[in-house]
Ligand binder design. Structure first.
Ligand code: ATP
Length: 217
């Protein structure tokens, strides 16, 4: 099977939102949950959904989980089940394992086991919302290594003249990569782009710099 098919184990709030978003993107999704009610609630919303205990190796094999190239362990509350499931997936040789960690020590165990993608939804969302709460940002994505992309409105200093003239990069250390104009949608910027009031921009750069830039008015 291709990377276009994903197993999501644990259909709580996080796993469910993830599985439904994958479906929206056209990905084939096998959802696994131990709770019958949860399984019923996802009936027909996912490509396949089954009630099963993911801590049983035989079950994972029966469900052909090793044939999927990506598996997400979205069990949170039961750390033991989360770790056991992740370790079985590693044993089965799944190429792409994503596992949710509820704390730093939990994440460290998953990393030590060999899970390539350890995710911290609560922690990451808390960090992200802190940036949104602070400023005029409409969205904030930390790419890693102190680099971020934000969606914000352009400060007055960059309006009304070509970007080349505003010297955004030299002055603020950030790059305006794309802009959205009401009625025209999103476009890439060029040196000739003239930003207007009402535009929304995507800015890339070092985290502190994009943040400082988006606080300018
Ligand atoms: P969220 O915050 O995303 O709602 P959570 O962190 O509270 O979730 P849990 O509720 O513990 O996580 O787990 C999510 C789902 O995982 C639940 O629906 C639960 O039934 C399922 N689950 C837990 N253990 C297993 C298991 N061993 N096998 C299959 N499903 C499981």
């Amino acid at each position: 099977m291709e990377a276009e098919s994903v197993v999501v184990i644990g259909l709580g709030r996080f796993g469910s939102a993830l599985a439904l978003e994958l479906m929206r993107a056209g990905t084939e999704v096998l959802g696994i949950d131990g709770d019958e009610e949860v399984v019923q609630a996802h009936n027909r919303l996912l490509t396949h959904v089954v009630r099963a205990d993911s801590t049983k190796e035989a079950t994972l094999r029966e469900l052909s989980v090793p044939d999927f190239s990506s598996v997400v362990v979205a069990i949170g509350g039961d750390i033991q089940a989360n770790i056991l499931t992740a370790s079985l997936l590693l044993k089965l040789g799944i190429a792409n394992i994503w596992a949710k960690a509820v704390s730093d020590p939990h994440g460290e165990i998953l990393t030590q086991l060999g899970v390539q993608h350890v995710i911290y939804p609560e922690k990451d969302m808390g960090k992200r919302v802190a940036h949104l709460v602070r400023g005029a940002m409409q969205d904030y994505v930390e790419i890693g290594e102190n680099f971020a992309i934000v969606k914000t409105t352009p400060p007055a200093a960059v309006l009304g003249r070509p970007l080349a003239e505003t010297k955004v990069r030299a002055t603020y250390g950030v790059t305006v990569t794309a802009f959205h104009r009401p009625g025209a949608g999103w476009s890439y910027t060029s040196v000739d782009t003239v930003l207007l009031e009402g535009d929304v921009i995507l800015v890339a750069g070092q985290s502190e710099r994009v943040e400082a830039f988006s606080l300018l008015r």
